[in-house]
Design a protein around this ligand. Structure first.
Ligand SMILES: Cc1cc2nc3c(=O)[nH]c(=O)nc-3n(C[C@H](O)[C@H](O)[C@H](O)COP(=O)(O)OP(=O)(O)OC[C@H]3O[C@@H](n4cnc5c(N)ncnc54)[C@H](O)[C@@H]3O)c2cc1C
Length: 264
């Protein structure tokens, strides 16, 4: 069995999200890191590999991104992936979510995995959509928000987090699964694994290597357009209640809560 895990390089969580008003895109400059949601997908792959119920030959980390995205692949490998694939090409710049899903699916068609795992969302774009787009191109079943996953007789038995409880769903492999962040507690990479990550095999691919049609990616291949993008509104300053007289303070807090209908 072969597992491919889709991983993305995103701006570090400590970097404030900035919007470029001219391009209507996120400004992704500055410190970058492996998308934290994808560490749950890698951990899920490692648990299948180590769980003993399936014979996993290899776990392959796959990314589409600029040159710097190679660091996200090194991190993925330090967390357990056996090798990685980096799809990078100037023709991919300005790809929207549909083009990104198509391009990743083309890499996966070449890899022919039995299971594709993704994080639930990227920490920058937060479209929550790539899994569905990839599955559509690969014509594979797709589940989102999976928080428990067992491989049994070539099938996957999954629990999906739903609004009121859990759905238990069985899918045939190959399948595309987006895991929720409640699925596991990702491991920390060992120092040895961090040091060894750069020595693990890494294939760099351009669009021609995986039969991507240039007109279907980049600015030309966009099926969506961003009409407007705004920074979130500033939060209003909170109200401070000084505790000079405790009875009065409690009254003030209760009145504040009642006014907002927050007390049953
Ligand atoms: C009009 C438009 C133009 C854009 N132009 C650019 C641009 O020029 N440069 C740019 O960086 N972004 C650009 N984006 C954003 C980019 O298309 C999205 O980042 C991409 O579509 C993925 O969406 P997401 O990050 O919200 O993924 P989600 O659907 O939230 O991600 C879910 C999971 O998919 C996987 N995943 C997501 N992206 C990748 C990836 N690249 N490689 C591997 N796995 C991945 C991860 O496992 C992730 O956890 C543009 C978006 C739009 C709408």
């Amino acid at each position: 069995m072969k597992i491919c895990v889709l991983v993305k390089e995103v701006p570090d969580a400590a970097v404030e999200k900035r919007v470029d008003p001219n391009t209507k895109r996120l400004d992704r400059s500055g410190e970058k890191n492996l998308n934290p949601f994808d560490t749950h997908a890698i951990e899920a792959a490692m648990q299948v590999k180590e769980g003993g119920k399936a014979d996993v030959e290899e776990v392959v980390a796959v990314t589409m991104g600029p040159e710097s995205a190679v660091r996200a692949l090194h991190k993925a490998v330090s967390l357990g992936a056996d090798r990685s694939v980096h799809l990078t090409d100037s023709a991919l710049e300005d790809s929207d979510v549909c083009a990104t899903g198509y391009a990743l699916a083309q890499v996966l068609k070449q890899e022919q995995p039995d299971l594709v795992l993704l994080g639930q969302q990227s920490d920058d774009g937060e479209c929550y959509t790539i899994g569905a787009v990839v599955a559509d191109h690969l014509q594979m079943p797709s589940l989102t928000q999976v928080i428990k996953m067992d491989v049994e007789d070539g099938k996957l038995r999954c629990e999906r987090q739903a609004e009121y409880g859990y759905d238990t769903v069985e899918v045939e492999l190959p399948a595309v699964i987006s895991v929720g962040d409640a699925i596991n507690e990702p491991r920390y990479p060992s120092l040895k694994a961090i040091m060894g990550a750069k020595k693990k095999p890494l294939d760099t691919k351009a669009i021609g290597d995986v039969d991507i049609e240039a007109g279907k990616v980049g600015a030309e291949g966009k099926s969506t357009s961003v009409l407007a993008i705004e920074p979130p509104p500033q939060k209003e300053a909170g109200q401070m209640i000084e505790d000079e007289d405790t009875d009065e303070t409690v009254e003030k807090i209760v009145a504040w809560l009642e006014e907002r209908k927050l007390l049953a």
